[in-house]
Design a binder for this molecule. Structure first.
Ligand SMILES: *Cc1c(COP(=O)(O)O)cnc(C)c1O
Length: 961
């Protein structure tokens, strides 16, 4: 059986009825009329014939079998770990968790917000700092974010120098090198054992556990840095911190690292959640998302994203970073891992890991092998003059990967899954005898001055869910609070919330993919390389470019990689002055934020009345900018949801002026098989595999944002962070060569199962579905912009502004009321304030589209009642939405509408009803009293709203410490 009918929502009959509604005879006609003729590609994509689910899984198994699963003791930023089956099954393999969206709508996101808050709380406790964000993309980019954060926050320092510990992970140095060079920050890599180097500096990056395994004390260096006016970030290891004195206690301003070893598989390099924690006073500079505690309309505690107005969506080039999609799902796993093991369980794992390392050190020392550092946590560095290759090979023969640290050194990192037999096998590889059982490792204890004495993970969340039954139920309770794709369509414009098929998801947990270390030798990773090469070649064909790199691990990072390619291309031709990028006013906020990171100056191009790029303004700006033009960054089809007819003219004008054209490809779901950005004028694009190519959103990540370039930009694709030159010339944008490789099998499966015909059908159906919703709502909520033939592309902007003016009911009220109807809101206020952008995708069937249309029409009637004065806005069912069961079953009821209308405005809702766990969440209150750790449990059980709010606020004081 072919997979395509499983992927597409509408069947043939539904498609015909939808076509009638939009006024097209068939899909060919719709596409011919909607897509401008001069960009239509006209020829089918050259892709392998589609396979059934079963065939594709078998084919992928054959590829996976070419990888070799080894005992992974390489370390270097990736520690082998055990994903508790309870977490794998209940989170990673559970659509309630992986198909949810970023929690912008707090009322339908309380479950994932609580899970992310648990992650933040664990990070804050272990690092000893006051605040932590809800994840970053990987450790290396997190260090880069920390450096930029120190530069922004340290207003007293005029210096552009940052000093970094030479013991930092090499991939971090590679990423940091490129990122600093791009924005003119001088990076000084130095041995800090004896003190900081001379000269001015704004920040210092220390490493608590070095790549060589050595654990160092931090207090002296942080004091020295502070005395010289610098801020201090510390790269560290969460598991080691269960034993070691925390960076916060030793004076650090920021702590960063990877949370991978908290239960997230190696995944050949990612996706893994990075963390960033900081002390109070730096919160306004924090990159990424931050979950905070606020209250709802009843005064009860409720979670939401804090300080949201600082997001790049709104701040654009003034944003704290370009991070949008992060690593939410992996952060949720890491937080749940901390909750499952608890403080004593984590400490026991850490002690075991340290014990294994100590056993190894003891065995080596006994055999006369020099152990370089005696203060280590999990990694032992051995000196083996001239023998490194031989030892590495001997270990590999025993099924174990260890790390070659130059010709004369080998390091070995112990992890949770390892045991004494592994250690003894490694000892044998060194030619050392296995230690006899008793007393192994004695004498290698860490000195007391390095060890922590304070308590951590004291919140009940870290003790209540220790049995599997308790954990399963906690996760179920949280998931039940949320709306994800397993319950309803998520019509978020620009986000492409389509099916994430089970067959696509399954392979990511196969050990042949999940248990491979990114630095494993090439002959063990042939399967991974084959899969990635195929996927890159398919994406190249689909986009019409010359080459693709899957390295960027979010759309934002693809943008940065693409803009760096443009900048470096100009530099290579001696065009140093080409530093201005034109960005239409309708662009996604990440575009401008990424431009800043590539050291480009942003000039905004106006939007014409019909929503397209204002060509007169473009001409004027091109004339203004002149020789300084680097290029333009346009989204196609535009963020207004239309196929702009003049796109080829826009590209030509920019090329004529010496600029490059960046086509933001996040909307590729409208283009597959129909038009190719690399052929209609683009020089570079990024794609979002977590939108168009079926990687689930995971509540805000993981993502993959491949960058695709034309021939002349191929030399400027992001390079290997492990390259010999230390990566400085490579400008990698992720710490792993293939970024978040672990989720690439999902996109591989989608393309393998749908083929050229299926991808084209996906885009055609997506266009039909958007036009169907637009047509069915046209008389109540007109679509703001349409393109050729009066059609939209794959999404439509519903214009509520006239009715908002007449009634006072805002687009936000509509979003909140949709919760009562069981829907996730469309995209609110982007790209046009006061509107809702709807993207149904090809995966929703007609019944679901009609359910949405019916809800919107019913809401329109409710708005009209307010506009006509039948009910006051403040008393309306819209302004007081969403309605919790608690409010509706209260003994008192004094509202202007009956309870039944609040809960069951449409009869179908009696069959399946979603109950929001909280009423409308107050945003301002949460920002005034920033609480980013789990509130005390009493806050939820409190008798009255007043005491509940009071308990949350007392948490704020506590958090501020
Ligand atoms: C989603 C999106 C991005 C950013 O992608 P992330 O993966 O979230 O960083 C950029 N541009 C557009 C048009 C988008 O829709």
């Amino acid at each position: 059986m072919s997979f395509l009918p499983r992927h597409l929502g509408p069947d043939a009959a539904e498609t015909r009825s939808m076509l009638r509604a939009v006024g097209a005879a068939d899909l060919d006609e719709l596409v011919a009329r909607a897509v401008p003729a001069d960009i239509a590609s006209g020829e089918p994509l050259r892709l392998p014939a589609p396979m059934s689910e079963h065939e594709a899984l078998s084919a992928l198994r054959r590829i996976a079998a070419k990888n070799r699963v080894m005992t992974q003791m390489i370390g270097q930023g990736y520690a082998d770990t055990v994903t508790p089956p309870a977490l794998r099954r209940n989170i990673l393999e559970n659509p309630a968790w992986y198909t949810s969206y970023t929690p912008y709508q707090p009322e339908i996101s309380q479950g994932r917000l609580e899970a992310l808050l648990t992650f933040q709380n664990a990070v804050m406790d272990l690092t000893g700092l006051d605040l932590a964000n809800a994840s970053l993309l990987d450790e290396a980019t997190a260090v880069a974010e920390a450096v930029l954060m120190m530069r922004r926050a340290n207003r007293r320092a005029t210096s552009r120098r940052v000093v970094v510990d030479a013991r930092t992970l090499p991939q971090t140095l590679a990423v940091l090198g490129g990122r600093c060079r791009a924005v003119g920050i001088e990076l000084v890599v130095a041995d800090l054992a004896e003190g900081l180097p001379e000269g001015d500096l704004f920040g210092v990056v220390l490493t608590q556990v070095g790549v060589d395994g050595e654990v160092v004390a931090l207090a002296e260096r942080t004091e020295e840095a502070h005395a010289r006016g610098a801020l201090v970030a510390v790269a560290t290891d969460l598991l080691a911190l269960t034993l070691l004195r925390s960076p916060g206690e030793q004076g650090a301003d920021i702590a960063v690292g990877s949370a991978q070893r908290f239960g997230v598989p190696l995944f050949f390099g990612g996706p893994h959640a990075a963390f960033l924690a900081c002390r109070t006073g730096l919160e306004r500079n924090l990159p990424g998302r931050l979950v905070g505690v606020s209250t709802d309309s009843s005064g009860r505690p409720a979670y939401r994203l804090a300080l949201q107005t600082r997001e790049q969506h709104i701040r654009r080039e003034k944003a704290t970073s370009n991070i949008c999609t992060a690593q939410a799902l992996l952060a949720i796993v890491a937080g749940a891992y901390a909750a499952y093991h608890g403080p004593d369980g984590l400490r026991a794992i850490a002690e075991r890991v340290h014990g294994l390392a100590a056993r190894l050190a003891a065995g080596l020392a006994t055999a006369g092998v020099h152990v370089v550092h005696d203060r280590f946590f999990d990694t032992v560095l051995a000196e083996v003059p001239g023998r490194a290759d031989a030892v590495v090979a001997a270990a590999a023969e025993r099924g174990i990967n260890v790390r070659r640290a130059g010709a004369d050194h080998v390091s070995v990192s112990a992890g949770e899954p390892h045991d004494e037999r592994d250690v003894d096998a490694v000892l044998a590889a060194f030619g050392a005898a296995a230690t006899d059982d008793g007393g192994a490792g004695a004498g290698w204890d860490l000195p007391a001055e390095l060890l922590r004495t304070d308590s951590y993970l004291t919140h009940p969340v870290f003790t209540l869910h220790r049995s599997e039954t308790a954990m399963m139920r906690w996760l179920r309770t949280l998931a039940d609070k949320d709306l994800a794709l397993d319950r309803t369509m998520i019509p978020l414009g620009s986000c492409t919330m389509k099916l994430n098929a089970a067959a696509e998801m399954e392979p990511i947990s196969w050990p042949e993919f999940a248990s491979v270390h990114p630095l494993a030798p090439e002959d063990q990773t042939l399967g991974w390389r084959e899969l990635i090469a195929q996927l890159e070649s398919w994406l190249t064909e689909i986009t019409g470019y010359a080459a693709v790199s899957v390295q960027p691990n979010a759309g934002s990072q693809g943008e940065l990689a693409g803009l760096l390619a443009i900048r470096r291309y100009h530099l290579s031709r001696g065009d140093r002055q080409r530093k201005t990028i034109l960005i239409p006013s309708s662009a996604h906020g990440t575009n401008a934020a990424s431009a800043v990171l590539a050291d480009l100056k942003v000039v905004v191009v106006a939007t014409a009345g019909d929503g397209s790029v204002d060509t007169e303004d473009l001409a004027a700006k091109l004339a203004d900018v002149g020789e300084e033009l680097a290029g333009i960054m346009v989204t196609y089809p535009s963020t207004h949801g239309v196929f702009e007819e003049q796109i080829t003219a826009v590209c030509a004008a920019v090329h004529d002026a010496g600029g490059q054209v960046y086509v933001d490809g996040a909307n590729l779901n409208a283009l597959m098989g129909l038009a190719r950005p690399g052929r209609f004028g683009g020089d570079v694009s990024h794609l979002n595999l977590h939108k168009t190519f079926c990687i689930p959103h995971g509540g805000g990540g993981p993502g993959v944002g491949p960058v695709a370039v034309a021939e002349h930009l191929v030399p400027f694709l992001p390079g290997d962070p492990g390259a010999v030159d230390g990566g400085r010339e490579a400008f990698p944008v992720s710490q792993a060569r293939y970024g978040s490789a672990g989720v690439l099998p999902i996109s591989w499966m989608y393309i393998a199962m749908t083929g050229a015909e299926g991808l084209t059908a996906s885009s055609r159906t997506a266009i039909l579905s958007a036009n169907y919703v637009s047509a069915r709502l046209a008389d109540v909520f007109p679509t703001l912009y349409t393109g050729p033939g009066g059609f939209v592309a794959h999404e439509c902007i519903l214009d509520l502004r006239a009715l908002t003016k007449a009634s006072g009911v805002t687009a936000e009220d509509v979003c909140k009321r949709l919760v009562d109807y069981g829907f996730h809101a469309p995209t609110l206020a982007f790209p046009v304030a006061g509107t809702l952008m709807v993207e149904p995708t090809e995966s929703e069937n007609l019944a679901e589209l009609d359910r949405f249309v019916a809800a919107m029409r019913a809401i329109h009637a409710e708005m009209t009642a307010v506009a006509e004065g039948e009910v006051a806005l403040e008393d309306s069912v819209l302004r007081r939405a969403p309605h919790t069961a608690e409010v509706l079953t209260a003994d008192e009821w004094d509202r202007a509408y009956p309870r039944s209308r609040a809960a069951y405005p449409l009869p179908e809702l009696r069959l399946a009803k979603y109950w929001p766990p909280v009423g409308r969440v107050e945003n301002a209150a949460g920002d005034r009293h920033l609480v980013c750790s789990c509130p005390p449990i009493e806050a939820f059980a409190a008798d009255g709203p007043e005491s509940a709010a009071g308990t949350v606020r007392s948490g704020a004081v506590e958090a501020a410490r």
